[in-house]
Write a protein that binds this ligand. Structure first.
Ligand code: ADP
Length: 273
């Protein structure tokens, strides 16, 4: 069909093409910035423990160094920084594998109640060390069946409960509650720990993000735990959120897809629809 104004048409097409190209270029620039920030974050996170280790080794190498007690103290601190480096590497490896899709989501049908009990058992000693009581608030008589990747959801629970120890109160408690929604179940992990300032909440699930208070309290961590958790939940096409009051505590809640059918055998693979 012939247009009454061909020059105007060509001009419109060129403008549209330029607009699309600009969107593509902006996206590439955003990705490039993201990569740059990511690398600079990684090197920063590695530098701190490495410099600390280097410092302790140099002090111990000094011929004048004679204080045995101080030497033991320095070695313990160096070892703590080695630990920090090793879980940084472990978490980085994990997140890069998750993001590249190298570890696919393997859905099975299982009882979420059983998984929570298992996780509690595996974390019992650590809870005792932190003087924290683990409470499973079971409101329903029947266990709830979900379709999810059991191992990955275990990791989500471990990360959230572990955080509740790290940022919890001595003599505090951590509870896990289940809420049945229409075709989902909501799992909530609640602590009565230090809580999180409201301004930090939107950034909490970003890689390497740590609030000032966790830094100042010298709590070990890579700042990747919640990024991993969010990735796992989103790979399940589910949601995770947090609510918190500074000084009172935090609740992290995530949803899972409920399995409608009754359970003939545990862990039957379910096809993702
Ligand atoms: P890490 O614990 O290794 O620093 P995470 O990604 O697990 O990394 O958590 C990011 C930050 O979110 C923590 O550094 C801490 O500041 C804050 N945070 C996480 N969980 C809690 C919690 N239960 N209570 C208070 N702050 C928390």
């Amino acid at each position: 069909q012939l247009s009454s104004d061909p020059i105007n048409d060509v001009e419109k097409e060129v403008k549209e093409w330029a607009r699309e190209k600009k969107i593509e270029i902006d996206e590439l620039k955003r990705q490039e910035k993201f990569r740059r920030d990511f690398l600079s974050n990684i090197s920063h996170e590695f530098k701190t423990p490495l410099f600390a280790i280097q410092g302790y080794i140099e002090a111990l190498q000094d011929d004048e160094f004679e204080d045995k007690q101080l030497a033991r103290d320095f070695l313990a601190k160096a070892a703590k920084n080695v630990d920090r480096l090793s879980y940084l590497i472990k978490d980085l490896d994990e997140i890069s594998k998750l993001e590249s899709g190298e570890i696919p989501i393997n859905l099975t049908r299982f009882k979420i109640n059983d998984l929570i009990k298992e996780v509690f058992e595996s974390m019992e000693i650590k809870a005792k060390q932190h003087n924290i009581k683990l409470i499973f608030k079971q409101k329903y008589d029947e266990p709830i069946l979900v379709n999810a990747d059991r191992e990955k959801i275990r990791q989500v629970l471990v990360n959230l409960i572990d955080n509740s120890f790290k940022y919890g109160n001595e003599e505090g408690n951590t509870s896990v509650s289940l809420f049945e929604l229409h075709d989902q179940v909501l799992v909530e992990v609640t602590d009565n720990g230090i809580g999180i300032e409201e301004k930090y909440l939107p950034r909490l699930f970003e890689r390497f993000f740590r609030t000032d208070s966790s830094r100042s309290r010298q709590i070990g961590g890579s700042g990747l735990g919640l990024a991993i958790v969010k990735h796992i939940i989103e790979a399940h096409e589910q949601t995770i959120n947090v609510r918190s009051t500074e000084g009172l505590g935090s609740t992290f809640g995530f949803t899972l897809q409920k399995s409608k059918q009754s359970l003939p055998f545990p862990n039957i693979p379910v096809l993702k629809t």
